[in-house]
Design a protein around this ligand. Structure first.
Ligand code: AMP
Length: 657
């Protein structure tokens, strides 16, 4: 069965995406373009419809036979379509309860027919990019779409040859693309979606891993195009004042979209264009393109040159436009989105402070002013910054014009039974820790811990006057360091001190991307080193399985090895301390007592000597018993050493002579 693609069927642009090897990606068409304008041109005769960028270019010259913004008409009846929505350059038919149709030459087309053309192109592009047939799709729709609108979208998909596996809400898809399904239960997210032609603000709540739309509010005729038009008006005035052609619409004095009419029979009007009219349309088209480009560039630059050479044979136009000026011109349009935000919050019976995140979707949200305004209205700490307590985070981490398509692809992959391994991304597939004395693995983050996660432990030195410690980071389930995978090593230096005195804090933090950051800090001085390791979760499934199986298979041997190493470390410490005591207290000890301690020491050394040179493990039970016997035998010696130490201390402080 073919894989399922995710489709963002947008008002202005449409995209198709797929999850490939666990990575969601937008597919490009043969020209390398990832955005397909949702525009369809119907040529004369039997020629097939032209879709996308090519149709967008023809639109200027043949506006009456080119359909754009068809999404506004999906599943709607004539009576439901407002006068403003009918202000397009092609003829919209359908009255009262009748369905909306478009007259293209001698044919009446439904919105589904037109959308199906866009979907057919996306299907063909996806097949070309993937090199295999694509027959199944998840398609997104605005959250406010009613049943009729959703069904019309589904029908368009079917007309294009897709089995439509699911219709998904756009804000939900966007939230998936932002990875917000990993937020805690009942998290609330506002999705501010400002595209080319529409705006909506939806509020979602995460319930048992599923996003529920609490409210949605918007305007189907408000978007980036309005900003372009505002800028065009301004440039038209500037051109006229600079002695250039007057491009204001002749009859109304209002400059409009190329070919747009304020009513009447748009098709007839558009068809009756004089050559002068065509020239004007071409100029307006150039101007519109220049205005949009300037607007887009001003999202990353402070000022740009709007340049229209040879607008007429004798007039060229240039203008230096600043971001400040663009913001002044368009601010009022953007302010209109605020009422919808407030309304959506009120409908959800929430206040901005109840939100966890605000995400931005739609190409127009790249504009810095949009980000500033959204941050201000929702009381976010700083655009792009982490939120303070009680303030939502303005999350701009994803590409706003691709988020919906990527989310649709993620939903498609989930429906396809994929992303099983991605679930592993939520947890650590193997334990993470560091090597400690004797070559043991000390686990800091156990296997299957949910990420992101932070955990730490305190360590000390095993040798007097040690100047540094080597932090050896390990991953795996085995008891001995050497049987696990080494993720990296680094050193932390500190001032020399007797063994056991330095305190070294080691903290492991795995971020949401699965990257492990290891921090080691000398508690005395605060000196610290932080080292990012490679991904702690992106591990081959087969390797993980092998590691886990080996840990089960060797469980008994591993346990014995750990017990041996721990007993050996203890034995070495006691042997050294006992020898020191025997020397220091020699004169105070009964010869018979000394002999009994020497014998106990001898038995520990014999037990230590049982270590196999190959496995590095000896007779654990014998060593543990010998250690216990030595402890017992040295109790009197330990008391004596303690008394002597106390005496020395009191003398040092002048409390005894
Ligand atoms: P969409 O419907 O999401 O594809 O958004 C398209 C709208 O986003 C158009 O009005 C574009 O001009 C606008 N747009 C795309 N990129 C940018 C950008 N970098 N800065 C401002 N607007 C942009």
């Amino acid at each position: 069965m073919s894989r399922i693609v995710g489709i963002d069927l947008g008002t202005t642009n449409s995209l198709v995406a797929v999850v490939d090897s666990g990575i969601p990606m937008v597919l490009a068409d043969k020209d390398g373009s990832r955005l397909t304008p949702s525009v369809v041109h119907y040529p004369a005769g039997d020629a097939p419809p032209v879709v996308g960028h090519a149709a967008n270019r023809i639109r200027v010259l043949e506006p009456a036979d080119t359909v754009y913004s068809v999404k506004r008409f999906m599943g709607r009846r004539g009576a439901e379509v407002s006068v403003q929505e009918r202000r397009v350059t092609y003829a919209v038919e359908g009255e009262a309860a009748g369905p909306v149709t478009f007259r293209m030459r001698d044919r009446a087309l439904t919105p589904e027919d037109v959308s199906a053309e866009v979907l057919r192109k996306l299907k063909a592009d996806a097949e070309a990019a993937l090199g295999e047939p694509v027959t199944r799709a998840v398609i997104t729709v605005p959250a406010y779409f009613n049943d009729a609108q959703r069904n019309a979208t589904k029908r368009a998909g079917e007309l294009a040859g897709f089995t439509v596996e699911r219709i998904v809400n756009e804000p939900t898809a966007a939230a998936l693309a932002y990875g917000l399904d990993k937020l805690k239960e009942h998290s609330r997210v506002a999705v501010y979606d400002l595209g080319g032609g529409t705006f909506d603000l939806s509020i979602l709540e995460l319930n048992q891993g599923v996003f529920q739309v609490l409210s949605t509010h918007g305007n189907t005729c408000l978007g980036g195009d309005d900003l372009d038009r505002r800028l065009m008006d301004f440039l038209i005035d500037s051109i006229r004042m600079a002695g250039g052609p007057d491009l204001t619409e002749p009859s109304t004095g209002i400059p409009t979209e190329p070919g747009a009419t304020t009513g009447g029979d748009a098709a007839a009007e558009a068809k009756g264009l004089s050559p002068v009219g065509t020239e004007r349309l071409v100029m307006l088209s150039r101007l519109r393109e220049a205005a949009e480009q300037a607007k887009i560039r001003l999202s990353s630059e402070e000022a740009v040159e709007v340049s229209l050479p040879f607008l007429t044979p004798r007039f060229s136009f240039t203008y230096r436009l600043t971001r400040v000026e663009l913001e002044r011109l368009t601010r009022e349009i953007l302010l209109q989105t605020r009422a919808h935000c407030l309304r959506s919050l009120a409908d959800a019976k929430l206040e901005a402070k109840d939100l966890d995140q605000v995400i931005l979707v739609g190409g127009q949200t790249r504009m810095p002013l949009v980000r500033r305004l959204a941050a201000e209205w929702f009381g976010c700490a700083e655009p792009g910054a982490g939120g303070a307590r009680g303030k939502p985070v303005l999350n701009t981490s994803q590409n706003p014009d691709e988020a919906v398509a990527l989310g649709a692809a993620i939903q498609a992959e989930i429906l396809d039974g994929g992303f099983k391994h991605l679930l592993l991304l939520d947890v650590t597939p193997l334990s993470l820790g560091i090597e400690t004395f004797g070559g043991l693995m000390n686990v800091i983050i156990p296997r299957n811990s949910t990420i992101p996660i932070k955990a730490g432990e305190m360590f000390t030195t095993a040798v007097d006057n040690q100047r540094s410690v080597l932090i050896h980071v390990l991953q795996g389930e085995r008891e001995r360091a050497r049987d696990n995978w080494s993720l990296g090593k680094f050193e932390l230096e500190f001032a020399p001190a007797p063994k056991g005195v330095p305190r070294v804090g080691v903290q492991f933090e795995i971020d949401a991307d699965g990257i492990l950051h290891v921090l080691a800090r000398d508690i005395a001085t605060g000196r610290q080193v932080v080292v990012p390791m490679r991904s702690a979760v992106d591990v081959d499934d087969a390797e993980v399985q092998r590691m886990v199986e080996e840990s089960v298979e060797h469980a008994f041997d591993d346990l014995r090895a750990r017990q041996w190493i721990e007993a050996k470390l203890r034995a070495s410490e006691t042997v050294v301390a006992t020898r020191k005591g025997l020397t220091e207290c020699h004169a105070d000890l009964e010869p018979a007592y000394r002999v009994s301690v020497e014998a106990a020491l001898g038995r520990v050394e014999e037990a230590l000597a049982t270590e196999d040179t190959r496995t590095k493990v000896g007779d654990v039970a014998r060593l543990i018993a010998a250690n216990a016997a030595l402890d017992e035998a040295t109790r009197a010696l330990a008391d004596l050493m303690m008394d002597k130490a106390m005496e020395a201390l009191l003398r040092q402080r002048g409390m005894i002579s």
